[in-house]
Write a protein that binds this ligand. Structure first.
Ligand code: PHE
Length: 472
């Protein structure tokens, strides 16, 4: 048992290896896999995007994931403090802690808009539950209503500021409830119960799609490689997606790593986390696209794919309201195990920094996220004309939601990951790293190469293209 800062009381942490795996997979698997991945794959032409995304996960995502968890495990503290400890032991500037402070701020910002989307999921759970109640189990969803009506549900929601803000509040409150209960009895509890439930529901819907939908069409759409489709912007989208999906660059995995015991092999565990996350993204594609194709709908639906196109497909499906309800419950579970991770990173820091109880610290952070998230929710309606970063060209004309999304994806995540790879690859004492990462021989050398050279170089390119989109 590791002890807390007083050296006596046992420190709150994962109760077992599998608990850590469930929690970390729970953090990684979320709206990024189910909502963002199919939308990005559709918007970027399918196969080329998907195959490049897989390459990014293996060559950039996994090495950074291992780097983050090992910093956390070594430091056994909040993310900034863990980095500071490793820097101190390496006789380097403690200011390196700043890299993780940036990450903590990034996590806070992702949390603020993530819970807004979580609110949309709650809305669709409500819509399908009500529909199941009124139209019964047998027929399709929304019987007798024209597809245009179903598509109009999302803009209808977007137009209602009160409802959007309220749903954001509810989703954030549920997240806060579990984080305030602690690592082993809150975060671990929600992950170990909801992730298996998620996987069961998810497999059921995928198998359903495979038998009733246009499965082979979806398969060839997602995995046929057309080299000419692999443009600069498609590559960029794929790297960004790999990052968001693996929860990297925003201190989340450093924070979760800090609750891991000394005896765990981090390399093997990171591989499991990365593989599970990627498998869910690919299966999400194989779950959503067959249903979409079978209904004769277009795949390039962008962000509306899950919230607009899929509900239309549920209409044409037997037991559509029931399948739709199950689907959105499953998405809600996955989103919750991610939002919990997003709240934990700033909570751990606030708790340590100001010496507060977990309940107070998590409530303070959640309150901040509520303020920012409410503005994000209202940026679709009442605050549509408020453009906080109008003076920066790439954010000009964007409301709070898009600004938070763009700032984190285009700046915080890549900067956080570049700094992490430089810190682990060049700054930290290699003896500390070698003792921690669980790799040896050629694999170790390969990992060092990726962290020192490939990751910073590729990520710098992404960052530059993010700032100057006109280059591509
Ligand atoms: N990886 C999560 C998802 O795919 C989102 C996330 C990002 C969670 C960063 C934690 C940290 O939905």
């Amino acid at each position: 048992v590791t002890t807390g800062s007083d050296g006596i009381t046992p420190r709150d942490g994962w109760s077992s290896r599998s608990a850590f795996i469930f929690a970390a997979v729970g953090s990684a698997v979320g709206l990024g896999n189910l909502w963002r991945f199919p939308a990005e794959a559709g918007a970027n032409g399918g196969g080329a995007f998907v195959l490049f995304y897989i390459l990014c996960v293996v060559l950039i995502g996994l090495p950074i994931l291992l780097s983050e968890t090992l910093i956390g495990r070594h430091g056994q503290a909040s993310a900034p403090e863990s980095v500071r400890r490793m820097a101190y032991e390496s006789k380097k500037s403690k200011h390196w802690g700043g890299l993780a402070s940036l990450g903590v701020l990034g996590a806070f910002m992702v949390l603020s808009f993530y819970c807004v989307v979580g609110g949309w999921v709650l809305y669709y759970i409500g819509v399908f539950a009500q529909d199941l109640f009124t139209s019964g189990l047998v027929g399709g969803a929304f019987e007798g209503r024209p597809p245009g009506d179903i598509e109009a549900l999302l803009p209808g929601l977007f137009g209602n500021g009160m409802l959007m803000a309220g749903l954001n509040f509810v989703f954030l409150a549920i997240t806060l409830y579990f984080v305030s209960r602690g690592v082993s009895s809150g975060i671990e509890f929600v992950a170990t119960w909801l992730m298996p439930a998620f996987f069961a529901l998810f497999l059921a819907i995928t198998v359903y799609g495979a038998f009733t939908g246009a499965f082979s069409e979806a398969l060839s759409y997602l995995f046929t490689f057309h080299p000419e489709k692999l443009t600069g912007s498609v590559m960029l989208a794929a790297v960004g997606q790999a990052f968001f999906s693996l929860s990297l660059g925003v201190a989340g995995m450093i924070t979760y790593g800090a609750y891991v015991g000394r005896d765990l092999n981090l390399a093997g565990t990171s591989l499991i986390i990365g593989a599970a996350d990627t498998a869910v993204a690919l299966l999400a594609g194989l779950c959503i696209f067959p249903i979409v194709f079978a209904a004769g709908l277009e795949a390039n639906g962008g962000p509306g794919l899950m919230f607009q196109t899929l509900p239309i497909a549920f209409q044409q499906m037997p037991a559509g309201s029931f399948v739709g309800l199950l689907f959105f419950i499953m998405v809600g579970f996955a989103a919750l195990t991610s939002s919990v991770g997003l709240l934990e990173a700033p909570t751990a820091w606030t708790k340590e920094k100001f010496n507060l109880s977990r309940v107070t610290a998590s409530s303070l952070v959640a309150f901040g996220a509520l303020v920012l998230g409410t503005m994000a929710a209202l940026s679709f309606n009442d605050l549509a004309d408020f453009h906080p970063l109008d003076f920066i060209p790439i954010f000009a004309g964007q409301g709070m939601f898009d600004v938070l999304d763009g700032l984190t994806a285009k700046f915080f995540m890549p900067i956080g990951a570049i700094l992490t790879s430089i810190f682990v690859g060049w700054v930290a004492d290699q003896r500390l790293i070698d003792g921690e990462n669980g790799l040896s021989g050629g694999l170790h050398k390969f990992w060092r190469f990726l962290v020192r050279w490939l990751c910073p170089a590729v990520l710098t390119v992404i960052l530059v293209v993010g700032i100057f989109p006109s280059i591509t």
